[in-house]
Ligand binder design. Sequence first.
Ligand code: NAD
Length: 498
Amino acid sequence: MLDYSHDDWKSRAAGLSFRGQAFIDGKFVDAASGKTFDSINPATGSVLTPVAECDAEDVSRAVTAARTAFEDGRWSRMAPGDRKAVMLKLADLIRDNLEEMALLDSLDMGKLITDAVTVDAPGSAHFFQWYAEAIDKVYDEVAPTGPGDLALVSRVPLGVVGAVTPWNFPLDMATWKAAAALAAGNSVALKPAEQSPLSALRLAELAAEAGIPDGVFNVVPGFGATAGQALGLHMDVDCLAFTGSTATGKLFMQYSGQSNLKQVWPETGGKSPNLVFADCEDLDAAADMAAFGIFFNQGEVCSANSRLYVERSIKDAFVEKLIARAQAMQPGDPLDPASKMGAIVDEKQTQGIMRFVEDGKKTANLVTGGDRVTVEGKGCFIQPTIFDDVAHDNPLARDEIFGPVLSVIPFDTEDQAVTMANDSVYGLAASVWTDNLSRACRVSDRLMAGTVSVNTVDALSAMTPFGGMKQSGFGRDLSLHSFEKYTALKTTWIKYKA
Ligand code: NAD
């Protein structure tokens, strides 16, 4: 696959078939209303397939199936080693269908096929494997109560997990939720973003093929205000794992209060700072990663390093390096392996990004990019864009743009850099570039972010928790810590004759 040409990918895309129905209780079904919406390829504007437009009735069917499966124990009480085997099979099936899974995400939301096939799709297989392998390696506790009392403290699955996911990494966001929730023994009802439901629907089919029993993993595509809200308000959903915008995360907290006090785990927006100090020896590496940190996935990354703070003495030279890198990353057909940036997810997001850019042209110093473009006369594409000398209170420096737009802000002292970096409602990720070890430790310590990457950006692995502080939410995906949100601590206290 890595040696496929543009034509190879185009012909494989043309031969793809799509699943557009909901997946409920082990079967593909239409929405009860019979309604559908179109899944659109943002690179061309063409319709890929109609997709079932699920609403509250379909969500209820999915939750009922999930509850029934949970109660009868077909998955929740399956021996851990058996559950592990099924999930390992699912990881293998994702690998067997890597090309298709990658194409689904690329066509559905515009990401580069080269990223989808090397990052997203293999990542999904890896995360399923990682959680599968964990299933029979996590032990519970016995409290030190003494003779006559045996107090077992165990982690038990919650029941029905509702998952609501965004469009920027459709397969991986579905995976991050489903892999950990299923490994812990829960049943899942997943609502993928309306912009990108196709890979989650295919994932459900592969899960069934791997042996995940009917009703355990359900996918209900649909819109946020209907299907998403119905999951949030459902009285029989025990836990709602959400990734998306901060505004929607706040709604899910309200839905919980209005319904059954379900646990809500929001993983929300970001405006992540990247701090480059003059004592960083390899400024070329820092520039490479600063460009990657904002332009990867068209800047549609929750932890995108969208605020770049550079020490004033090196700022101009560093910006020159960045401009060169940005100009080498012009958007192209996502299916062309030579393209360095793909399409923006849809028309609405493209227009929203361009509003920031147009306002920015009046308030900051545009040094490269700044235009919406087409590829072969079509599609939603925006040039990699850099604004220099952005005032710290400019919306360019404060709001999550969620597109390929970088704001550069100079600083004079370490304290000033940290203060500005922390002056944000968000706290998802941060990066620091310095070869001074004490400074690296000092600054990392002070940065209010769920992940601080030193001399790299966006460090991430199945082994480490991912999530935020402040209004970036408080849920954590990945690592064994993810089990904390999909399980309850249960004490079983046994009296015996000592
Ligand atoms: P969004 O909040 O608009 O949508 C996310 C999901 O919520 C979608 O499935 C959508 O249908 C649903 N939704 C929307 N409105 C709803 C409502 N009223 N009630 C119930 N559900 C509703 O976000 P988006 O535009 O899809 O994704 C971009 C956002 O996601 C960005 O803010 C980004 O930072 C964030 N994100 C965060 C992380 C993280 O791990 N912290 C990862 C990826 C993306």
